[in-house]
Design a protein around this ligand. Sequence first.
Ligand SMILES: Cc1ncc(COP(=O)(O)O)c(C=O)c1O
Length: 373
Amino acid sequence: MHSPDPLRHGGNRWQVAAALGCRPEALLDASASLVPFGPPASVRRALHRALRGPALRAYPDRGHTALRAALAAHHGLPPEMLLPGNGAAELFTWAARDAAAAGLNLLPQPGFADYDRALACWGAAPCRWNAMPGAALPPERLSDGAAPPDGAATVLWICNPHNPTGALWRREALLPLLERHALVVCDEAFLPLVPGGEAHSLVPLVPGHENLVVIRSLTKLLAVPGLRLGYAVASPARLQRWAGWRDPWPVNGLAAAVAQPALADGRWLRRVQAWVAREGPWLQRQLAALPDLEPLPTSANFLLLRGAQSLEPLRGRLEREHRVLLRSCRSFTGLGPSWLRLSLQDRAGNRRLLRALRQATASTRSASRSARR
Ligand SMILES: Cc1ncc(COP(=O)(O)O)c(C=O)c1O
């Protein structure tokens, strides 16, 4: 049976629960970066309404007319510049098809593994640019130390805020990249969660830049990974081409039905950003007080923890003994086992996370002391 590598993504609640012999709900999943108190009531209500109407029984509108209109109104762009998808992940596949044809692909390292998957679909072998914590844009060096290729057509993939570091690139830093690269693919999956983040979105630049693709996700913001909804913002000609390549009904009727009420739910957006502004710095301070762990600064709803040695024993202990899941960083090239990523929880969840970390670091330290004796 095909079984995807569990290390490449967080959120493996079902597999871990089966391995531990517990209910999936018993786990605190800080390995996937979703809003922990979602989905919003507006989405639940829209789903109930949709279940009573044709959304379930009829084939979805292949032109996504209402959904595109809602997304267009949200961003103040013409509907032809928006293409809804089955999460952001599906749209990376089509962006990658264009990217493979446009030139040499430069992927961030460390970065989200799905860009690799999407490029591999089209046989493209990427280079990496250095996106380690503290790195600046434009990339001055590739991750192997070489200078970025001069004169060759290049495709730059960026993620803003960056997964896994949580770094937020400022729009001024991104603007010159549009002049340098044949294509820029900007993943803004987490941007709506970042307080003040929209000021750095590249979406308003799409009308003036044929070579820009922005991909957004509503999955994180609304906490609906089981429903899945994302969209691409790009030139109408590009999106029309993609629409001709994909399967006929990539966005299901229920996902389409929740988008409009969710986008109109300004209270939800404010609540989510207020949570990140409140809990982020609080958790950062608490983590900084723990021995042997260094939390890195972040703008997003997730952060990296660095250890002096491998944090994998700690991660295993958290999982087995505390039912708390953190994201292993072994699949992020450039990071490896001395790093973990964790996502912000509500206050009760953050306290549970900290309690578990305190106990597990103490047990891990005493186990390694006994092993040395
Ligand atoms: C940076 C980044 N972009 C996109 C996605 C995928 O978004 P979606 O669930 O909407 O496909 C993820 C999922 O973890 C992600 O981390």
